[in-house]
Design a protein around this ligand. Structure first.
Ligand code: PEP
Ligand code: MN
Length: 354
């Protein structure tokens, strides 16, 4: 289900089904493009606050069923959050379902949903939970796999954080990359719409997803995006999506034998070795410092010294054209490890590394 031979698996459709005409018009346009593998449509909408449009429920499923008779080659998927949603999707012949970000992070809801999915063989896509916790995401996928369905995919839709630097949900690309590493057989798709939250960002996010080896995309489209009842700022027209697909660069995921690549990779391996050796030396010096601090009855953590170190390192990094946030996060980690080792050297207690 979640695989196409030579092209990414493209899912597109409205955030929510709002009326029969809207669904028909989206289906007409998308079904004319063979690159679109499946239509997404929200039937039950999880809203942060009460009072908004919460989806049309069963009547929308009936419209999908009617359209499927007219367009038998078109596949449709919907979001499910409760066991009765699964039962209704099965009753109306929905081809696949996805589990949303608010549900995948709740193990109790996942258990209930998976009981309804048990033995059905319904293809399931699992969005990442809103919190950047890879274990929760993997746990949700494992629960779905345990239902016996062989067709499972993950969808990266970004993470809710206080500082999202221009995105609705921070992409934190390292998390889906780590998921791909830990579950190499899993199809991993990207949802640029909920990451961006703004249609201006969709083209670059689609391209980044392709460059990062995502196997597919889920994009929200609406015939009149600005008038959409949900997620109006991030939807694009179906025609706009087709134009974006025309310019999307799909890169090869297999290895090529290029001499330059081999040489550059040798350089990277060598630099990594130097980095690790430097880190080892730095930690050895840290341990020695711990003993000196002990002799002088000083605390292990010295805020003024840490502030100076960080200031000096950030200034140097800036001179060298390195990204400030990256260097700050890196040195916070290194300093944290240094403090942990000094504690260990003084107390003899091994603390668990988080
Ligand atoms: C959606 O796909 O419309 C949706 C509600 O997404 P998410 O669960 O990623 O917020
Ligand atoms: Mn949406």
């Amino acid at each position: 289900m979640f695989h196409t031979a030579n092209y990414p698996f493209i899912i597109a459709g409205p955030c929510s089904i709002e009326n029969r005409e809207q669904l028909r018009s989206v289906t007409e346009t998308l079904s004319s493009d063979p690159r679109i593998a499946m239509i997404r449509c929200g039937v039950w909408k999880p809203r942060s606050r009460p009072g908004g449009f919460e989806g049309l429920g069963e009547v929308a499923l009936q419209w999908i069923k009617e359209l499927k008779e007219e367009y038998p080659q078109v596949r449709f998927c919907c979001e499910v959050a409760q066991p009765q949603h699964v039962e209704q999707c099965l009753r109306y012949g929905i081809d696949a379902v996805w589990i949303g970000a608010r549900t995948s992070g709740d193990p109790f809801s996942m258990e209930e949903l998976c009981q309804a999915l048990q033995g059905t063989q319904l293809p399931v896509m699992v969005k990442n939970p809103t919190a950047p916790d890879i274990q929760l995401w993997i746990g949700a996928i494992e629960r779905v796999l345990a239902t016996g369905t062989s067709q499972v995919a993950a969808i990266h839709r970004g993470f809710f954080m206080r500082n999202n630097i221009g995105y609705r949900n921070n992409p934190l690309w390292e998390i889906p990359i780590e998921l791909q590493r830990q579950m190499p057989q899993l199809h991993v798709f990207c949802d640029p719409s909920h990451i961006g939250g703004n249609r201006e960002l969709i083209p670059q996010l689609m391209q980044t997803a392709m460059d990062l080896h995502f196997e597919g995309l889920m994009v929200e489209v609406h015939p009149q995006p600005a008038e959409a009842l949900t997620d109006a700022a991030q939807q694009i027209t179906p025609q706009h999506l087709i134009t974006l697909l025309d310019s999307l660069i799909v890169r090869r995921s297999d290895e090529v034998a290029d001499k330059d690549l081999t040489l550059l990779r040798q350089q990277i391996d060598q630099i990594d070795r130097q980095l690790i050796e430097s880190l080892r030396t730095r930690m050895e010096v840290s341990r020695k410092i711990a003993l000196v601090k002990q002799r002088n009855n000083m605390t292990v953590f010295q805020p003024k010294r840490w502030e100076l170190v960080l200031e000096k390192d950030l200034a140097l990094a800036q001179q060298m054209g390195l990204d400030n946030t990256f260097v700050k996060e890196l040195f916070e980690k290194i300093h944290g490890e240094s403090v942990r080792l000094q504690e260990e050297a003084l107390t003899g207690n091994k603390k668990e590394i988080q």
